[in-house]
Design a binder for this molecule. Structure first.
Ligand code: SF4
Length: 176
C-alpha cells in the first residue's frame, strides 16, 4: 500500500474522531418533548461526555440539529431555513414520536415526520423519549460520523439545495 494511502486513512479517522466529539447542537424545541430534553441537558445525564453539551442558538455555529417536538406546516419553512443555514457537515436527530413521524397527530396541520423536509440521521422513539434513549441516539450518531467519509466541501460545492416545500409536503401552499 502506498504511503499516501495510509496517511489519508489515518487523517480521515482523526477528522471523524474530532467531529464526533465536538458536536454543537441547535435545539429546535417546539413542544412537550422539550421538557424531557431539558432534563437530559442537565448535569445528571452529563452530555459533555459525548462532546455535545453546549447548545449554540445560532444555526451558523451549529452542526447538530435537534428537532424536539411537533412541527406543523406553518413552522416547516422555518425549520428548512435553519437547516440550510447550518454548517457543513451537519447532522439531524428527530427527538420523539412527533418529530419522527408526526406522532398521534394525523391531521392537515402537522408534518408527518421532519424527514419530509430535511434529512434525518437518527430517530429517537418515545412520547416523550427517555433521556437514556437520547444518549443512545447520540452514540449511534457518533458511530455514524466515525464511519463517514469526511468531505471538506459537500458534493454540491458549498451551495445549499433549495427544495420547494410544496413538493415535499404535498398540495398545501408554502412560501419561504
Ligand atoms: S412525542 Fe409526545 S411528548 Fe413529544 S412533542 Fe409529541 S406529544 Fe409531546
Amino acid at each position: 500500500m502506498e504511503k499516501t494511502g495510509i496517511l489519508t486513512t489515518q487523517l480521515e479517522k482523526a477528522i471523524a474522531w474530532a467531529r464526533k466529539y465536538s458536536l454543537f447542537t441547535y435545539p429546535f424545541v417546539t413542544a412537550c418533548c422539550g421538557m424531557e430534553f431539558m432534563s437530559v441537558s442537565c448535569a445528571h445525564y452529563d452530555t459533555d461526555r459525548f462532546g455535545a453539551a453546549l447548545p449554540r442558538f445560532s444555526p451558523r455555529q451549529s452542526d447538530l440539529l435537534l428537532v424536539v417536538g411537533t412541527v406543523n406546516h406553518k413552522l416547516a419553512p422555518v425549520l428548512l431555513r435553519i437547516y440550510e443555514q447550518m454548517l457543513e457537515p451537519k447532522w439531524v436527530i428527530a427527538f420523539g414520536a412527533c418529530a419522527s413521524s408526526g406522532g398521534f397527530y394525523d391531521n392537515y396541520a402537522t408534518v408527518n415526520g421532519i424527514d419530509k423536509i430535511i434529512p434525518v440521521d437518527v430517530y429517537v422513539p418515545g412520547c416523550p423519549p427517555r433521556p437514556e434513549t437520547y444518549l443512545d441516539a447520540l452514540i449511534k450518531l457518533q458511530n455514524k460520523i466515525q464511519n463517514e467519509k469526511p468531505a471538506i466541501l459537500p458534493a454540491h460545492g458549498g451551495l445549499q439545495p433549495k427544495p420547494r416545500l410544496e413538493h415535499l409536503l404535498g398540495e398545501t401552499k408554502h412560501q419561504i
